[in-house]
Write a protein that binds this ligand. Structure first.
Ligand code: HEM
Length: 454
């Protein structure tokens, strides 16, 4: 029986390929939507292996093997060269890309910046952005919530990295980053099939200008801050300026600061916007979830905008966000290159094999999740169990997303505030289509009907 008949009410998904594709067809399909090159069996098996253009590859969906890649045998599986080459022109050898000792000291220096205490101190900036988006939606009958969420999360990240206040030409950097992501997104297929890194990538050909713009604006902001000193409530720039590797006492120089701050912006804003957009789409798709969510936020917030004091009091809001991250993981595909021989799920891994972590397929794998395509926030209710390595929207192990708590707090504040003020309904003919361009984006936006709550 086709999936649709078992689950007539499943939210949108990507049609994964049911038969093997040749090299050319893989390239063509990947150009359209990288997710579609994931074979359908990746949602039914623990591991799928193959060979495309002489490159051996494995897609791993088994929690035990994922634990080995991300944690127990981490040194054997650094990020793939192509991921690094793609991002390095924009974000240098920052935390996201660096390996070994150069990664370790940066991670240690940056870790305190993302402590729960610092994020609680930055949360009022998230509330201000939630209030602003609620105000922008006033009087509108419908809106593209993806566009709104990108604006809201960019406001947050630019205010917590460079504290707005004219330091950062927000629009200019925003445009530069958008262009960078758009252009580099088109080549992520090279990553998948592991074309040698010397093959010119469109990102390298187009990349110059937006990247240079981004760096110029960030450098100016850093120099200015060095002169003016820290803000009364320190932002990420202040915290990172003070940040020090507790072991080596090393601090970041201006170029390292800039590369890491740009990393936070690139890694942090669209991913969080996507989480929120897909969560809102899902709430419009399933009205019973939305009503339950509205019940929770009305009780806790009583109509006001959410703030740091509400985190921990909105368990259902958190469940909805976790389930949105399961169904539409913004980083839906992670890739590594094996450095030496190993064994995963009983299969031989050779040096240079491409090891893919198709998070989208992992999150919809039938061996791990009952009715995997159904939207059920209760999967994440207190007491409900799932394997830790079956849900990896933020990765895991030492390279786990440093901004995961930041993103979860931001998503809760903005989602709770929006659901408290508005009712969201679907619009016929405007269903978003999941499409992977580095991140898992809703093609056509997330258009929803809005009705103010009394
Ligand atoms: C919902 C939002 C987010 C998602 C889904 C997400 C996802 C991820 C994933 C999957 C990784 C691991 C990649 C890998 O192992 O190959 C990662 C790493 C990272 N993320 Fe996030 N992220 C989010 C938000 C943020 C935010 C808000 C920031 C910063 C403000 C951030 C900064 C980083 C950095 C610096 C790394 C590299 C960490 C390291 O390698 O030590 N992310 N993220």
């Amino acid at each position: 029986m086709p999936d649709d008949q078992i689950q007539p009410r499943a939210p949108v998904k990507v049609p994964l390929v049911k038969k093997p594709l040749g090299v050319l067809q893989t390239l063509r399909t990947a150009r359209r939507n990288v997710l579609e090159i994931i074979p359908d069996i990746a949602t039914k098996q623990p591991i799928v292996s193959g060979k495309t253009a002489l490159v051996r590859w494995h897609m791993v969906m088994d929690p035990g093997a994922l634990r080995r890649i991300l944690k127990d045998n981490l040194a054997n599986y650094p990020k793939s060269d192509v991921t690094k080459n793609l991002l390095r022109p924009a974000i240098g050898d920052s935390l996201f890309i660096a390996e070994g000792a150069h990664w370790r000291w940066q991670r240690r220096a940056a870790a305190p910046v993302f402590s729960h205490r610092n994020i609680a101190a930055l949360a009022p900036i998230m509330s201000a952005s939630a209030a602003a988006v609620c105000a922008r939606l006033e009087g509108r009958a419908q809106a593209d919530l993806f566009e709104e969420m990108v604006a809201a999360t960019f406001e947050v990240i630019s205010n917590v990295t460079f504290s707005g206040s004219g330091d950062m030409a927000g629009d200019e950097v925003h445009r530069a980053i958008d262009r960078f992501i758009d252009e580099s997104g088109r080549v992520s297929l090279f990553d998948i099939i592991g074309v040698p890194t010397w093959v010119p990538r469109p990102a390298r050909l187009f990349g110059g200008n937006p990247v240079a713009d981004m760096k110029r604006v960030a450098d100016a902001a850093i120099e200015k801050r060095r002169k003016t000193g820290a803000k009364p409530v320190p932002d990420l720039l202040d915290l990172l300026l003070e940040g020090m590797d507790p072991e080596t006492k090393r601090q970041m120089n201006s170029a390292e600061l800039r590369d890491n701050l740009l990393t936070f912006i690139v890694a942090g804003h669209e991913t969080t916007a996507l989480t929120l957009s897909w969560a809102l789409y899902l709430c419009a798709f399933d009205q019973s979830v939305q009503e339950k969510l509205h019940g929770e936020v009305s009780e806790v917030l009583g109509g006001r905008i959410a703030g740091p004091e509400d985190i921990g009091k909105l368990p259902y809001t958190e469940q909805v966000i976790r389930e949105a991250l399961r169904l539409y993981p913004p980083a839906s595909f992670i890739s590594r290159t094996a450095q030496g021989p190993d064994e995963l799920c009983g299969r031989e891994i050779r040096k240079k094999d491409t090891v893919m972590l198709p998070i989208y397929a992992l999150h919809r794998n039938a061996l791990l999740w009952p009715e995997p395509d159904a939207f059920r926030p209760e999967r994440f209710a207190k007491g409900a169990k799932h394997d830790r390595f079956a849900w990896l929207p933020f990765g895991d192990g030492p390279r786990v997303c440093i901004g995961a708590h930041f993103a979860m707090v931001e998503a809760q504040i903005i989602l709770a505030s929006l659901i408290s003020r508005y009712h969201f309904g679907p619009i016929e003919g405007k269903t978003p289509v999941p499409e992977m361009v580095i991140t898992l984006r809703p093609k056509g936006g997330v258009w929803l009907k809005l009705t103010p709550r009394g």
